[in-house]
Write a protein that binds this ligand. Structure first.
Ligand code: PMP
Length: 361
């Protein structure tokens, strides 16, 4: 049998395994920060109609520039944005890959502040961009001074910030973003996949866009919109940044079906985004309950919560799975991450955690 070792694979990919959380068939799946609520019937119907209307024309390539969709995404974002300042692709992962292809690549460097979204270093690897693992403090905080010192030390071509940060859940102080922008010699990308879940008083980096052509804010319909299966991510930036990603995007990367489904979903955004408040309520309930039980819990502006289990998080992860609850071991010793889902899922998670208990620190 031929194995990977027999193929002339790139040296830097040898010995690696594909990224991905376990997709296990268990009653309570709280491990990938999906939106637990299914698409409402009225929206299912609207998306169905929109897809149907495309089918006869599937002999033709789709609108390569996704002009209508981008204008509608700009309208959703507000902040005076227009379609020429927005770009869309198959998930914000693809958007970020395009940014690294355009602004990173061989001989260039990207800096992120670990722990953050674990795909960022992998996207750097895939695009041949050198990755620098920046540091956070012991409680996962990042001050403007610390961030600036690391940007000055490494002079990266791209800085990747994640706010609210995955896996910690906490949004960045906007002062950090502004300080990094003032110092960074290259592009500054703020990954705002969870922006819609932020606690009040957490401004989006979109507010900083005017006058900052090297700032890019990435968003997704995978979380708040409950549209992860639709694969639609997007960015907002100066029109010149959109010119840059168009140099590396594949022609017709967004299928006619994806564009039509996303537009129908956006047209029904009130119904889809109606789940956000319910999810935030469960998020806050998880934070409060775990703290009452003595766990250390990171502040969350997202649809998930990072909490300390003490001892060996792998054992707690397994014990929760044995009770039908799948959470995420993000590889931080002593910590686990749980997605906030429906009230029933939160009940099941909190019950299982009570059962499993907390190891003494
Ligand atoms: N950024 C962050 C911080 C994420 O957590 C995720 C999803 N796990 C993504 C981006 C990618 O999401 P998508 O490709 O579905 O838009």
């Amino acid at each position: 049998m031929t194995t990977l070792d027999d193929l002339p694979l790139r040296d830097d990919l040898r010995g690696m395994s594909p990224y991905g959380a376990p997709q296990l068939d268990v009653p309570v799946r709280l491990n990938t920060n999906e939106n637990s609520y299914p698409v409402p019937d009225a929206v299912v119907e609207a998306i169905g109609k929109a897809l149907q209307a495309e089918l006869r024309d599937l002999n033709r390539y789709p609108d390569r520039d996704a002009v209508a969709l981008r204008a509608e995404l700009a309208d959703y974002l507000g902040h005076g944005l227009t379609g020429d300042r927005v770009w869309a692709a198959n998930g914000s992962n693809e958007v970020q890959q395009q940014l690294l292809q355009a602004f990173g690549g061989p001989g260039r460097t990207a800096l992120g502040f670990t722990p953050a979204y674990s795909m960022h270093p992998l996207l750097a690897l895939g695009t041949g961009t050198a990755w620098v693992d920046g540091r956070r403090d012991a409680s996962f905080g990042l001050t403007a001074d610390e961030a600036v010192a690391q940007v000055e030390a490494h002079r990266p071509d791209l800085v990747l910030l994640c706010s609210p940060n995955n896996p910690t859940g906490t949004a960045l102080d906007p002062a950090v973003i502004e300080a990094v922008l003032a110092t960074a010699p290259g592009m500054v990308v703020v990954d705002e996949a969870y922006a819609e879940f932020a606690r009040p008083g957490t401004p989006s980096a979109l507010t900083v866009l005017p006058g900052h052509p090297r700032l890019v804010v990435t968003r997704t319909m995978s979380k708040a919109f409950g549209f992860a299966g639709g694969r639609l991510g997007y960015l907002a930036a100066d029109p010149a940044v959109i010119d840059a990603v168009q140099l590396v995007r594949l022609p017709y990367h967004l299928s006619a079906l994806t564009q039509a489904a996303a537009r129908a979903a956006l047209a029904h955004r009130a119904a889809l985004l109606a789940t956000v408040d319910a999810i935030k309520a469960q998020r806050d309930r998880i934070v409060t309950t775990l703290r009452e039980r003595g766990h250390t819990v990171a502040d969350s502006d997202a649809n998930f919560v990072l909490y300390r289990v003490g001892g060996d998080q792998k054992a707690t992860w397994r014990a929760l799975l044995d009770r039908g609850v799948l959470v995420r071991d993000v590889g931080l010793p002593g910590w686990l991450r749980v997605t906030a889902g429906t009230p029933e899922e939160t009940d099941a998670f909190l019950r299982a955690m009570e059962d499993v208990g907390r190891d003494p620190e």
